[in-house]
Design a protein around this ligand. Structure first.
Ligand code: AMP
Ligand code: GLY
Length: 452
């Protein structure tokens, strides 16, 4: 098969790394890719948002499967366009991707179908949004409706903060069209976790759970980022909790999308708050998470390419989805200043030493080659994943490898995994065999048919 991965981050490097292991691959392409991806795939200089260019390339090369990493091309209809050309693509159509690209749509869908999520109101008029907040007070969460690269959410602890967030989005236009409508949402309490599931629109195959770290600083302080690290599985997602998430959230969501004539194929990512009363949806993404993917894919023992192809062909129920009973933890190495302004073009050294650490994987995020040297080319520069029999071992490997990499202004969080590691109990497989699902939570039967 000729396979084409769209995107240029650590997620796409991990996808290429996993797909390249499939005996089904004859040729692997990536657009636009990065310096790490270039070592395992042929990179094409086409932006991930250039839908015309991507379709032209897939047609010319007669690509057998296009795998779409980021949300923007999904929302722009890349999968629809490829299907119209008779080309197979893994990922939802633009209408199905609205589950991520319009928070107002996702919230309304959950309300219509009784899927647990925070109470909310949608506003298109800033005066009405502000009046509502003044009446109800803080804490409250303000969300821009559209895609904002993870920057459109404000968890406001005071009324002033909430009013300022509404003003930024709706009056000052901080997010352009994406902030024309805002959602004012009840603040939920609990611990966050994510469940990503492969789905062909009827069978659901959950992957090992994950938790990411969105704040820039140790102890979960500082500005929100695209994600500074992740680990998998997340101990808060016990087997009982996973069953509940499948029953109350994943199955009803896939079902609801079918009922509303928006069948969803690809990766359904549920960002959850696990509270006293159980799991609630914070957000849906219509794709693999970044950096969760870099911690999840090393745990999969099945052929991901085969499973993706099965999703496209509506045959996921025939796939065996097994996962290794291991743990993985990913540390993001970022450029000084990220998530604000940062410089690019810093030479990176120590990559080979890092990759030489047993159990460590180095995924490139924002890098490129300049005259045979790898230089930084983004805010999130590299992702180092450690894999081990327990979370502590995974963390030690990740940090040992990350410590060998150098570039000017590099920084990373030192406490990835702190919640899980600080639970005051061992994370060894032997002691947590119940909690850590010997099958890695991939599934217990072959896939899971949605109810009804
Ligand atoms: P989202 O992009 O919707 O996942 O929001 C980004 C982050 O904001 C989440 O990961 C949570 O940390 C936080 N958040 C979003 N919605 C809520 C909510 N209703 N209650 C508490 N925190 C929230
Ligand atoms: N790490 C969260 C996301 O990919 O949106």
């Amino acid at each position: 098969m000729k396979v084409f991965v769209v995107g240029s981050g650590g997620r796409e490097h991990a996808l290429c790394w996993k797909i390249a292991q499939s005996p089904l691959v004859k040729k692997l392409f990536c657009a636009p890719g990065n310096a790490g991806i270039a070592a395992i795939a042929e990179c094409e200089d086409i932006a991930a948002t250039d839908v015309d260019g991507l379709v032209r390339f897939a047609r010319r090369e007669r690509i057998d499967l296009t795998v779409v990493g980021p949300e923007a091309p999904l929302a722009a209809g890349l999968v629809d366009r490829l299907s119209r050309e008779g080309l197979k693509a893994f990922g939802p159509t633009a209408r199905a991707a609205e589950l991520e690209s319009s928070k107002a749509f996702a919230k309304a869908l959950m309300r219509r179908h009784g899927i647990p999520s925070a109470d909310f109101q949608v506003f298109a008029d800033p005066k009405k949004a502000m009046a509502y907040v003044s009446e109800h007070g803080a804490p409250v969460v303000i969300k821009a409706d559209g895609l904002c690269a993870g920057k459109g959410v404000t968890v406001a602890s005071t009324e002033e903060e909430a009013l300022a967030a509404i003003e930024d989005a709706m009056v000052k236009g901080a997010f352009g069209e994406a902030g024309r409508r805002v959602i004012v949402e009840e603040k939920l309490e609990g611990e966050e976790a994510s469940i990503l599931a492969l789905t062909d629109g009827s069978t659901i195959a959950p992957l090992p759970s994950a938790q990411d770290h969105k704040r820039a600083g140790d102890g979960d302080v500082g500005p929100n980022t695209g994600g500074m690290g992740a680990y998998s599985p997340a101990p808060i997602v016990t087997p009982e909790m996973e069953d509940r998430i499948i029953r109350d959230i994943l199955v009803p969501t896939i079902h609801a999308m079918n009922k509303e004539d928006r069948p969803f194929m690809g990766v359904l990512y549920a960002g959850l708050m696990i509270g006293k009363d159980g799991p609630s949806v914070l957000e849906f993404n219509a794709r693999f998470g970044d950096p969760e993917t870099q911690a999840i894919l090393p745990l999969l023992s099945f052929d991901l390419l085969e499973a993706m192809m099965a999703c496209v062909e509506g045959k996921l129920d025939r796939c065996q989805i097994d996962c290794a009973p291991k743990h993985a933890l990913t540390v993001v190495l970022a450029a000084e200043g990220y998530p604000g302004a940062y410089e690019k073009g810093k030479e990176i050294t120590g990559l080979e030493d890092a990759a030489g650490v047993g159990g460590a994987l180095v995924f490139h995020a924002g890098t490129r080659m300049v005259k045979n040297r790898v230089v930084s080319n983004g805010g999130r520069v590299l992702n180092v994943t450690g894999v081990g029999g327990d979370l502590r071992g995974a963390r030690d490997r990740a940090y040992e490898a990350a410590g060998k990499i150098r570039f000017e202004g590099a920084f990373f969080r030192k406490d990835i995994g702190w919640r899980a590691l600080g639970r005051g109990r061992s994370n060894s497989m032997a002691e947590q065999s119940e909690e850590f699902r010997p099958d890695g939570g991939g599934n217990t039967e072959t896939g899971r048919k949605q109810g009804g």
